[in-house]
Design a protein around this ligand. Structure first.
Ligand SMILES: Nc1ncnc2c1ncn2[C@@H]1O[C@H](COP(=O)(O)OP(=O)(O)OP(=O)(O)O)[C@@H](O)[C@H]1O
Ligand SMILES: [Mg+2]
Length: 315
């Protein structure tokens, strides 16, 4: 078991700060769900964890060791939205899985074991990715990631490209495997219902920053940040079906956030229902960055007025 820690991590692409001073911990053996709208920096944060994004400030630590110092075979593996990004379409799936194994000996048996672990028939190891369904391909991508014997798994929108009818099965599988292997997992999705389903901790990202984080139950039933509340209000219901397309689409008709020109003060203030749009006296939202308020408390939110609008959601 291993803990993954982002410590004041920033990632810049030219003038764009895609991730801005993010501190977040994925505790050992737990699932942290990261949710936020398109362009908020979720994938960039994931890539920083894998040493694939240019970290311009802060550090990513795996059990206290900077990931940039880890060996090439990192104890951290990623699974992406598109399984083709990790599977060679011309390579038999068994070979793809074997290739990711640290040792040569006993690969055949290990491939069979991994295929069984992701509920695929080991007899199908000779098939090509194109001969499988999307859900099966994603299972193979997971098996390949597990072949590297990771301690930490980063899953980035792994069900987003799948037919809704198989999303639930893949989520069940991921959750089951995570528990059985006691993996630490950063689970990214723009779909709040999906995040809710797998996460112990939920972190909400907006324009490069974590605006709220805490135990999943608390964040989802007693959200503190207006952005989180808006996300939840847009989602059908706490007991809505997993397959509902929830959350962010419903916010799309408001002014979209432009990461190239982040607003001053609180970045959510131009859209915020409890900010200066509605309360003109709340100039602090325009002038002062509330980022510091998202301290290392178990449930924290970066909002000047989080406490003055308690809305315990009736689930
Ligand atoms: N390699 C890159 N070069 C330049 N800009 C980038 C690069 N990767 C990401 N960005 C920019 O960084 C910002 C954050 O992108 P990112 O892909 O991390 O968002 P996201 O939250 O994963 O969005 P989505 O939900 O659409 O996957 C975006 O404005 C994006 O255009
Ligand atoms: Mg992304």
């Amino acid at each position: 078991m291993s803990a993954l820690r982002f410590d004041g991590v920033s990632v810049r692409y030219g003038k764009l700060t895609a991730v801005d001073g993010v501190s977040l911990t994925v505790p050992s053996g737990q699932v942290v769900g990261l949710v936020g709208e398109s362009g908020s920096g979720k994938s960039t944060l994931a890539r920083a964890a894998a040493g694939l994004a240019p970290v311009s400030a802060g550090r990513v630590l795996l059990d206290g060791v900077d990931v940039r110092r880890l060996p090439r075979r990192r104890p951290l593996q990623m699974v992406f939205q598109d399984p083709y990004s990790s599977l060679d379409p011309r390579m038999a799936i068994g070979e793809s899985i074997a290739e990711a194994m640290p040792r040569r000996a006993g690969r055949r048996a290990e491939v069979a074991r991994l295929l069984e672990l992701v509920n695929l028939d080991p007899d199908r190891a000779d098939l090509l990715p194109g001969q499988l369904s999307g859900g099966q391909r994603q299972r193979v991508a997971l098996a390949r990631a597990l072949a590297g014997q990771p301690k930490v798994l980063v899953a980035d929108e792994i069900t987003s490209a799948l037919d809704v009818s198989v999303q639930g099965a893949v989520l069940n599988l991921v959750r089951d495997v995570q528990r059985r292997l006691a993996l630490s997992m950063l689970f990214i999705s723009h779909n709040l219902a999906v995040v809710r389903y797998v996460s112990d901790v939920v972190a909400v990202m907006y324009l490069g920053r974590i605006v709220e984080a805490g135990p999943a139950e608390q964040v989802l039933t007693d959200p503190k940040h207006p952005y989180t509340r808006d996300l939840l209000a847009a989602a059908p219901s706490a007991h809505g079906t997993l397959l509902d397309e929830t959350g962010l689409d419903a916010l799309a008709d408001t002014e979209p956030a432009d990461p190239h020109h982040p607003p001053s003060g609180c970045r959510y203030h131009p859209r915020c229902p409890i900010g200066p749009l509605v309360h003109p006296d709340r100039t602090v939202c325009v002038t002062a960055d509330p980022a510091g308020e998202a301290a290392d408390r178990p449930h924290s939110a970066a909002c000047h007025f989080a406490a003055s609008h308690p809305t315990r959601r009736s689930a």
